[in-house]
Design a protein around this ligand. Structure first.
Ligand SMILES: Nc1ncnc2c1ncn2[C@@H]1O[C@H](COP(=O)(O)OP(=O)(O)OP(=O)(O)O)[C@@H](O)[C@H]1O
Length: 325
């Protein structure tokens, strides 16, 4: 494609948020050529947009392959989806609910009240994603982004030992093929103590994954934690959350890996003033995950169940599960 055609491409044909598009247009930036040679600081002050937004716009218009949105045929997508084995959870019921397990190329949200078992499920997935292929695993690695200090290495050890035992017993897997040392070496833990650390961690993930291409699972436990505690400015909160959501979806789709985020519950009041527990982070965030699961727990009966509340391909449903020693 010639430079003159590229430079004359209207800015409005790029996937840039409408609010920024309108400021660019008001400031006279109508084509690629009008912005492509500017510095972020120049674009930011001329168009009265933030430095961060200016940098995003310039990244987009300078991308050699980002000029037009990528297309694939439905057949290609179907073949890709059929070739992707999901990550088993070690709960037959939850796997059935999800048609085999947690899918690759998608963002899956797990919500629930404190103590219901969200972290347990995430740790379990960090182990099962590593199971050898002959045991139904992906032989992949995992990234665990810990915002609450919930990552628990000794619990991981228990789960790993149980999973290794299961593979050896059921598949006659040789001991040297898979062991606890290799499991722990292949889980990369990031500890994010505040929302800015979480944002920068998510934004550098793609770079990290270039040198860790066996990663098949990214966990954020929990996504909600810092947003509920650190951020009172609602507009800023929603912008940062939107940026994280967009990056997570991009990573899941482009790198064909599973992204799992946990979310907390909040009380929402209906028109009659009755309170209902619902996943936190608002309706806008709710569009980002392809699958949304709520974990519930009745401690008096020690009964736990998982409910699939959103999926573009599976019917809603509920299934009991257990957290075992
Ligand atoms: N070794 C274990 N054996 C059996 N059950 C366990 C074991 N360790 C933790 N649990 C159970 O797991 C539950 C805690 O799960 P988890 O830490 O995943 O909760 P959570 O949903 O992530 O909570 P939070 O939102 O507070 O982080 C508790 O009910 C606890 O009894």
């Amino acid at each position: 494609m010639s430079t003159s055609i590229t430079n004359s491409r209207p800015i409005c044909t790029y996937p840039i948020p409408v609010s920024i598009q309108s400021k660019l247009s008001k400031a006279g930036f109508l084509t690629t050529g009008s912005v492509v040679n500017l510095r972020p600081s120049e674009l930011s002050s001329s168009a009265e947009i933030s430095l961060e937004d200016a940098a995003d716009v310039l990244d987009l218009v300078r991308k050699p392959n980002g000029l037009f949105l990528e297309t694939k045929t439905a057949l290609e997508i179907l073949r890709e989806e059929q070739g992707n084995c999901p990550i088993v959870t070690m709960s037959q019921n939850i796997d059935n609910l999800l048609n085999g397990g947690v899918p690759l190329s998608k963002v899956t949200e797990i919500s629930g009240i404190a103590g219901v078992g969200k972290t347990q499920l995430c740790l379990q997935l960090c182990v099962t994603v590593q199971m050898p292929e002959e045991c139904g695993g992906l032989k992949g690695h995992a990234v665990f982004i810990d915002t609450e200090g919930s990552f628990n290495a000794s619990r991981l050890q228990d789960m790993s030992q149980a999973c290794i035992k299961h593979c050896r017993n059921s598949m006659n897997l040789a001991a040297e093929n898979w062991n606890f040392a290799s499991i722990t070496e292949n889980i990369f833990v990031f500890r994010c103590k505040e929302v800015t650390e979480l944002l920068s961690c998510v934004m550098i993930l793609k770079e990290f994954l270039k040198t860790h291409d066996q990663v098949k699972l990214i966990v954020i436990d929990s996504l909600a934690f810092h947003f509920r505690h650190d951020m009172e400015n609602a507009a800023l909160r929603s912008r940062v959350l939107h940026k994280i959501a967009a990056e997570l979806v991009r990573i899941a789709v482009e790198l064909k890996l599973a992204v799992v985020v946990t979310n907390q519950m909040t009380t929402k009041f209906d028109s009659k003033g009755q309170g209902h527990l619902t996943p936190a982070l608002g309706t806008s965030w709710g569009h980002a995950p392809t699958f949304r699961i709520i974990l519930d727990w009745d401690p008096s009966r020690n009964f736990r169940w998982a409910t699939l509340i959103k999926s573009s391909s599976l019917p809603p449903g509920s299934a009991p599960y257990q957290v075992r020693p």
